[in-house]
Design a binder for this molecule. Structure first.
Ligand SMILES: CCCCCCC/C=C/C(=O)SCCNC(=O)CCNC(=O)[C@H](O)C(C)(C)COP(=O)(O)OP(=O)(O)OC[C@H]1O[C@@H](n2cnc3c(N)ncnc32)[C@H](O)[C@@H]1OP(=O)(O)O
Ligand SMILES: NC(=O)C1=CN([C@@H]2O[C@H](COP(=O)(O)OP(=O)(O)OC[C@H]3O[C@@H](n4cnc5c(N)ncnc54)[C@H](OP(=O)(O)O)[C@@H]3O)[C@@H](O)[C@H]2O)C=CC1
Length: 284
């Protein structure tokens, strides 16, 4: 996808994208490489990693895929060693890997809770700490971008472990923005609304009817496109956003705001009908 960024916006960067073999992570990895970065992606399954690396290389970019389970502290340490052996010092990190499923909270097993929280919260911490340690030791600047979600702020029914862990990621982002900002390390987050990826849809969108209802909740009446998120992420990783630190950028077509206003329900009715209703209520 072409855009108005300089074609070398991310040249000289080595960017790690966790969970970069699929969905939003893959879209970001492709875009970062297109903007000149060397990209290293990880994930547990080798096939999506290999496919994404192949696609980046076919487009003329530089990429490596390394299998890694971000729930495992030692595996994360080994991953960063390997990534730097292959492509030099990591300069940017995107905490994108995540786990989620819909479940009534009273039915979630300890193992189910762990699967989500250890991936999202512990995984993001392990990767962020590994980068921070390297950057502080080297006196190098660095940027961390974490993929949160809008319900990290509001909470949401039926995705409680995800909401808890994404809220923790936001807290980490804001805390470290203060702690590491003076050392040249910036941390920001994006809170995406719905983006139809296979990973999210298979686990969170039970049927077409609910999908349509979800679309109608978004004021702009569509879902996001992964390439749009990749554009925002490129800006947030680049020096164009050098003064932005500790920010959570909501990127949801207005969905979260619309859910909050009591009278926003009128926006789902034809405007003519709304006007007629309101006209009736005017005093004589
Ligand atoms: C659609 C609109 C978007 C709105 C905003 C949404 C914001 C956030 C979105 C996302 O995060 S989308 C990302 C989705 N992608 C993924 O989740 C990818 C990774 N996920 C997975 O690998 C699995 O889905 C997993 C279940 C989370 C983990 O798999 P793993 O192989 O590690 O573990 P399992 O052994 O399969 O399961 C562990 C544990 O969890 C229980 N469990 C699994 N699924 C469910 C379920 N649907 N409901 C309840 N419990 C579930 C499973 O039974 C295991 O527990 P025990 O049986 O061992 O006790
Ligand atoms: N799509 C949407 O509507 C929204 C998505 N988000 C967030 O966007 C991000 C990307 O989600 P999306 O692309 O939709 O979904 P995907 O399921 O495609 O992406 C999740 C990625 O994380 C990887 N992953 C999962 N567990 C681990 C683990 N333990 N170690 C390493 N990698 C792991 C998966 O690979 P593998 O299974 O091979 O390990 C996969 O590549 C997530 O942070 C999600 O919470 C936020 C709001 C909305």
């Amino acid at each position: 996808m072409s855009d108005s960024f300089a074609p070398d916006l991310l040249a000289d960067q080595h960017i790690v994208v966790t969970g970069g073999g699929t969905g939003l992570g893959r879209a970001m990895a492709l875009r970062f490489a297109d903007l000149g970065a060397a990209v290293t992606i990880n994930g547990r399954r080798p096939d999506p990693l290999a496919e994404t690396v192949r696609d980046i290389e076919a487009a003329g970019g530089a990429a490596e895929g390394i299998q890694c389970n971000v729930r495992d502290y030692e595996a994360v340490q080994a991953f960063f060693e390997e990534a730097e052996d292959r492509q030099g010092p990591v300069t940017r990190l995107v905490n994108n890997a995540a786990a989620n499923f819909l479940a009534p909270t009273e039915d979630i097993s300890p193992n189910g809770f762990d699967a989500i929280v250890q991936t999202n919260l512990y995984g993001s911490f392990y990767c962020t700490q590994a980068c921070g340690q390297r950057w502080l030791e080297r006196d190098a600047e660095g940027v961390v971008l974490s993929i949160a979600t809008t319900y990290a702020e509001t909470g949401s029914a039926y995705v409680v472990p995800s909401a808890m862990s994404k809220a923790g990621i936001v807290a980490m982002t804001r805390s470290l923005a203060a702690e590491w900002g003076s050392e040249g390390i910036r941390l920001n987050a994006v809170a995406p609304g719905p983006f139809p990826t296979e990973g999210a849809w298979d686990r969170l969108v039970p049927d077409d009817d609910l999908e349509q209802k979800m679309r109608e909740r978004v004021p702009v009446r569509r879902f996001g496109e992964p390439e749009e998120l990749a554009t925002l992420a490129s800006f947030l990783l680049s020096d164009l956003s050098a003064f932005m630190n500790g920010e959570v950028v909501t990127f949801d077509g207005g969905e979260a705001l619309a859910a909050g206003g009591q009278f926003n329900t009128f926006t789902r009715m034809p405007r003519r009908q709304v006007k007629a209703l309101m006209e009736q209520m005017r005093p004589e």
